[in-house]
Design a binder for this molecule. Structure first.
Ligand SMILES: *[C@@H]1O[C@H](CO)[C@@H](O)[C@H](O)[C@H]1NC(C)=O
Ligand SMILES: *[C@@H]1O[C@H](CO)[C@@H](O)[C@H](O)[C@H]1NC(C)=O
Length: 337
């Protein structure tokens, strides 16, 4: 697992990863290339995460998806060639992913995420789940990852909206701090610039804690104003999936838009959150997969995985939301702690 970082970096690796090694250090690169990653869900977001982690040089990446490539997929997932429509999307994405970096083991699994035994997840250092909006399944897998110390990420891109959730359980990391010390050289005082390594630790909460917040509780009621409406878009989408076993689709746009507003009304009422917290316009924005949003959220997820695996710097704790609705950008918020 993560701590097998003993082997030396080869000359080929040194040449290939030269810029990164200068950017984040040799130890970080060693940890990265000792880590095995599962990317489940080869939608546009899954493809972005895969591309970035393969280029960064993890040890292995397993692409898992039981679905076949559709005409819409080849637009969003640039790893699946256009002539692969109808074949399994994880298998269809392997060749292009592998071509990005021959030093990473890239494999495909065609099984359904929902049918995997708990022991399956403990074989990975990092589990990234995209294209899954089954809240109960996500919570179950997150709990397995927590008890097995696998880093857990879940994310989704729905139209112009995207989110990420991260659970690193209890995460130890190193923070570098510049420091100046005075030394005496031949009787003269000189300033020496150095770097101090501070050991730090950060606690993360489970996905169920992140989703089941009591908004009437004083602590959260007073924070509500500053909470991104993206959090509630995510909640509405998860609820829509729980009710319909599918996400809103461009082919049933009008009916789904109406249903999203119905779900929003019921959900915010149940949470005792004012309806104004989420502008109804959101229901127009969550259809399909918009490639630039996949690139933004996928870049974020991959950067967070690299940060966490290399144990350098404080990772985002615990949600990231990208929405064009009010923020017009990405925000990181810690919710559920
Ligand atoms: C994918 O396509 C194969 C071959 O056409 C078919 O047997 C299989 O049922 C399809 N899988 C799904 C999940 O639709
Ligand atoms: C993984 O977690 C399960 C409980 O969810 C536990 O029974 C098992 O021993 C753990 N495996 C490892 C390798 O830690």
């Amino acid at each position: 697992m993560l701590d097998h970082k003993s082997q030396a970096i080869t000359e080929d690796e040194a040449a290939l990863y030269d810029r990164q090694i200068r950017l984040w250090g040799l130890d970080a690169q060693k940890r990265l290339r000792a880590s095995s990653v599962l990317v489940c869900g080869l939608c546009g977001l899954g493809a972005e995460v895969t591309k970035n982690l393969v280029l960064a040089g993890v040890k292995s990446i397993t692409l898992m998806d039981h679905q076949n490539v559709t005409e819409l997929d080849v637009v969003a997932n640039f790893l699946a060639p256009s002539d692969s429509v109808g074949s399994n999307i994880a298998e269809a994405s392997v060749v292009r992913a592998q071509n990005l970096n021959p030093m990473v083991q890239v494999t495909a699994l065609t099984e359904d995420l929902a049918t995997q035994p708990d022991t399956f997840f403990s074989t990975f250092d990092v589990v990234v789940i995209t294209r899954c909006s089954d809240k109960d399944l996500l919570i179950k897998i997150n709990d397995v990852c927590r008890s097995n110390n696998s880093l857990f990420y879940a994310g989704g891109v729905h139209g112009l909206f995207g989110y990420m959730f991260a659970d690193l359980n209890q995460h130890n990391y190193i923070e570098e701090q510049k420091e100046t010390t005075e030394v005496e050289v031949n009787g003269e005082k000189q300033k020496v610039e150095g770097v101090k390594m501070n050991k730090k630790s950060e606690s993360f909460v489970s996905l169920s804690a992140g989703l089941e917040v009591d908004w009437t509780n004083n602590k959260y009621a007073s924070r509500l104003k500053r909470i991104s409406s993206g959090y509630f878009i995510m909640q509405v989408l998860l609820e829509f999936y729980a009710l319909h076993k599918r996400m809103p689709a461009p082919s049933s746009r009008e009916a789904d838009r109406f249903e999203l507003l119905t779900v929003k009304h019921a959900l915010l009422t149940k949470m005792e959150v004012p309806q104004e917290k989420l502008n109804d316009q959101f229901a127009d924005l969550v259809f399909g997969q918009v490639s630039p949003v996949c690139a933004i959220v996928g870049g974020e997820v991959a950067a967070e995985v690299i940060k966490a695996v290399s144990k350098k710097d404080l990772p985002h704790n615990n949600f990231f939301f990208f929405s064009t609705l009010e923020d017009g950008a990405g925000v990181v918020q810690c919710i559920g702690a």
